[in-house]
Design a protein around this ligand. Structure first.
Ligand SMILES: Cc1ncc(COP(=O)(O)O)c(C=O)c1O
Length: 399
């Protein structure tokens, strides 16, 4: 289906409904996006009601709206709402799924070189505690993930394929749909980190064919900080151990035994921030109303424009690679430390961030990068903002 581009008029309206765009040029969407005003208004109004009427009483009043957050997530990733658990961030989501797996000594985990630090730590921890073997598929010379190398790495011991779709500190992407087909063919558990993808591009868990998927709210979804969710396919829910259990996750309890809930909310706990839950739902509805395919089209356009402009500037090296690239643009400035670049831009009200080696350790080490500058675009950014960023960078390197 043809994607109708977001018009200049629409962008103006969307910007007018995001107060942060009036204050700064925000290219730190891979850190945390600027939320739409309606998301913040929803949260603050809910907190006011809690303060006046009581937390439990307000929850009872908003039960239906709170429940709709699950429906919004289900629509976003094409999942059944019973396969979704709300958690505080992507690391909690990923860790809940990963640590629930019953690893045995000698089990193999296959991953990619773009894996996020939380996940890498999880693998190492599982190696120390359960004696699992970690196999890393390196990107090929063109910077693409090698499906044939993955096929070759699979053995009868392979227990899990775990992939980060979009890395924290690089603009490339891992082909999660093609990998999902391989995982399915070999009947191997498949865990996807979609932390940077949700809200940036369409993610359909049925198309990806994953068993588990972890997401955070504050990045491309434009939801509040401290929100996230985990998808666990129905057929896999009973196979995962519960890491923390309360009377909500396991409502049937005797002195000898307990029975978990019959849905993915068994991976949640009762107590959570209801105001933020509503805010997450609002942010997802907001993105769905715009259209994720339209968002993705504009993000790719703006990121392409930025890479092209940076590519013509002497003294700047763009580090992004691979056949498909996303809204995260990474580069370094000759002889200027990334932190200094970030701070100088911040003086001009331009927000970028520094990609640290620890975040994507395997990739950064392989490419001898101690850090890079990360300018991550979202649909509400403009061509003018990109020009301004490039002007300031030119000033910095004396062009
Ligand atoms: C690719 C990726 N995965 C996971 C995470 C962790 O997300 P959170 O901080 O919400 O736990 C991040 C955070 O930057 C990330 O970039």
């Amino acid at each position: 289906m043809e994607v109708i581009p977001l018009s200049t008029e629409e962008i103006t309206v969307l910007r007018n409904k995001t107060k942060g765009t009036q204050h700064s040029i925000h290219f730190n969407n891979a850190g945390a996006s600027l939320p739409p005003d309606v998301v913040i208004d929803t949260i603050t109004a809910y907190l006011q009601e809690e303060a006046i009427y009581g937390g439990y009483e307000t929850e009872a009043k908003y039960q239906a709206e709170l429940d709709q957050t699950y429906d919004a997530i289900a629509r976003l990733i094409n999942a059944d709402k019973d396969d979704i658990a709300l958690v505080e961030n992507a690391s909690a989501a990923w860790g809940t799924a990963f640590n629930g797996i019953d690893f045995k000594p000698g089990d193999e985990i296959i991953t990619c070189e773009m894996e996020y630090v939380t996940n890498l730590l999880g693998f190492i921890n599982a190696r120390q505690n359960h004696g699992v073997i970690i196999k890393i598929i390196p990107n090929n010379d063109q910077g693409n993930f090698s499906l044939s190398a993955l096929e070759a790495a699979i053995s009868s011991k392979t227990k899990l394929i775990a992939m980060t779709h979009i890395a924290s500190t690089a603009g490339g992407m891992i082909p999660i749909v093609a990998i999902g087909k391989i995982a399915k063919k070999h009947d191997i558990l498949y865990l996807v980190d979609a932390c940077q993808s949700a809200g940036q591009l369409p993610v359909d868990v049925k198309e990806v064919g994953c068993d588990m998927l972890s997401v955070t709210g504050r990045k491309y979804l434009r939801a509040p900080r401290g929100t996230g969710f985990l998808f666990v396919k129905k057929s896999v829910q009973d196979k995962l151990k519960l890491m923390v259990i309360d009377g909500f996750s396991a409502p049937v309890v005797s002195l000898d035994d307990f029975t978990p809930r019959n849905d993915a909310r068994r991976f949640e706990l009762y107590e959570k921030n209801r105001a933020l839950t509503l805010g997450l739902g609002k942010a997802i509805d907001y993105a769905l109303n715009i259209g994720i395919d339209r968002i993705w089209q504009r993000v790719q356009y703006l990121a392409g424009l930025l890479r092209q402009k940076l590519g013509t500037m002497t003294g700047i090296t763009v580090h992004d690679f691979g056949a498909e690239q996303c809204g995260i643009v990474t580069f370094s400035v000759d002889a200027v430390d990334s932190i200094l670049v970030k701070n100088k831009l911040a003086d001009k009200h331009i927000n970028v961030s520094v990609g640290k080696a620890i975040s994507t350790l395997i990739y950064m080490d392989k490419n001898h990068l101690a850090s890079n500058v990360r300018a991550s675009v979202h649909y509400y950014n403009t061509e003018e903002e990109i020009s301004k960023l490039c002007e300031e960078l030119a000033g910095l390197i004396g062009n």
